[in-house]
Design a protein around this ligand. Structure first.
Ligand code: G4P
Ligand code: NA
Ligand code: NA
Length: 191
């Protein structure tokens, strides 16, 4: 069993049969050991693929993304959720990400300076639920004319629609933990 799965079983807390809180080691307080183990698995799966950049969205994706980027010896780039006052509209890619969970739409922004048609981009995030954040990042890579090398996820909620959405777009999705159900406030992994 992967270290992340062990920690989810040990320290994760389930709320309302559909939300997994991992604030003690992944989303708020961060255990570097978890990140190191997670990155080994991403490295194993994605090695051999051409990758020039790792892309995520702030905030929780940044920690795993930066270690993955270090492993592949490429820069890590994160999409910003706040309007940067110093970045002109013409010099940035932007897209709207709708969260069905939170029922809010957020604009995410990446400077054109750091992403272009030569890039092969590995997208990394902590959670995959409905896939809207990953879809937004894919949209940004497409605007740049770049190539999506794959999507790497720490925790996939397989009972939601994200994986299917990304697979239908032809994207290679690798998740370290796939959760089949959080019913009865219990974590059940995909076999
Ligand atoms: P989607 O991108 O897959 O469509 O996700 P969704 O809108 O459902 O989720 C919105 C936010 O909630 C995302 O974080 C996502 O990572 C997070 N999330 C979704 N399900 C869970 C869960 O069961 N547990 C936890 N801990 N988080 C979950 P965010 O608000 O965009 O950003 P961040 O600042 O936390 O990175
Ligand atoms: Na995230
Ligand atoms: Na999050």
């Amino acid at each position: 069993m992967s270290y992340l799965k062990e920690r989810i079983l040990q320290d994760g807390r389930v709320f309302e049969n559909n939300v997994l809180k991992v604030d003690s080691f992944l989303n708020h307080q961060i255990d570097p050991q978890v990140m190191v183990e997670v990155v080994k698995e991403f490295e194993r799966y994605f090695k051999g693929k051409k990758i020039t950049k790792v892309l995520t969205v702030e905030a929780s994706g940044i920690a795993p993304a930066i270690l993955v980027a270090e492993a592949f010896k490429v820069p890590m780039l994160f999409a910003k959720k706040m309007e940067p006052s110093t970045m002109q509209k013409s010099s940035r890619y932007e897209t709207i990400v709708h969260s069905y969970t939170k029922n809010i739409s957020t604009k995410i922004i990446v400077s054109k300076e750091y992403l272009d048609a030569k890039d092969h981009v590995l997208i990394i995030d902590d959670f995959l639920a409905n896939g809207q954040a990953a879809k937004g990042l894919i949209d940004i890579v497409n605007q740049a004319g770049g190539t999506v090398a794959g999507v790497g996820i720490c925790i996939e909620k397989s009972f939601q629609t994200g994986r299917q959405l990304l697979e239908e777009m032809g994207v290679d999705v690798y998740s370290i933990c796939r959760i089949a159900s959080l019913e009865n406030n219990q974590v059940t992994f995909v076999e």
